[in-house]
Write a protein that binds this ligand. Sequence first.
Ligand code: PEP
Length: 246
Amino acid sequence: MRRKLAAGNWKMNGLSGQLTELEALAEAHPKPAVDVLICPPVTLLATAARQCPFDIGAQDCHANASGAHTGDVSAEMLRDVGAKAVIVGHSERRESYDEHSDIVRAKARAAQQAGLMAIVCMGESLAQREAQNTLDIIGGQLAGSVPDNATAENLVIAYEPIWAIGTGLVPSLAQIGEVHGFIRARLERRFGAGVGRGVRILYGGSVKPDNAAEIFQVPDVDGALVGGASLKAADFSPIINALEGA
Ligand code: PEP
């Protein structure tokens, strides 16, 4: 049985005052029946990990443990200040920093070696979907971005269609189900039934309080990676409720 996961990606949003949203969220969910993970900007990570009852994650890490990489942060460093997870391969990083799947795989491996859960993101562009290449793209990103040593504990996949991120557009439930089912089958084929059925697959892309419940009914949707709607407790809380009720 996979434990469901509601993960919030704050992206480059939030000064210290934003941490009051975590206090409000913790008050609303003293004992959540699902895993809750918040990924604040790295500047808030250590404080959030100290103060917040939920697991805290980062939004990126370097593939190396240390060295001459000005401005970068390693997975070990994230772990050192209390992170439990790190997002790798978000489409904003794949696009803005030209991060290809081999870099994403190296980052995921570094995360797992440091004891972090790697949330590996993948998703197609609108042009790729319209050209009916979605499953080819996802299959390629899955094969290229996920390291070999996956376990149900050290790996989470996030399916995030690029065209749905921050746009208010959401794929149909059938489209979400098709991709999640495809990812599940590929995970089982590569890692065997035990690991393949144990790895959680999140949907991400314009998840909001008013569409979360129906998305969470889709088979093989084990939770969500939420951007904009994770910034306010008033928005993220009903999403957690919907996942608890799924
Ligand atoms: C994201 O950036 O991972 C995301 C899913 O964003 P949003 O929920 O705002 O579409």
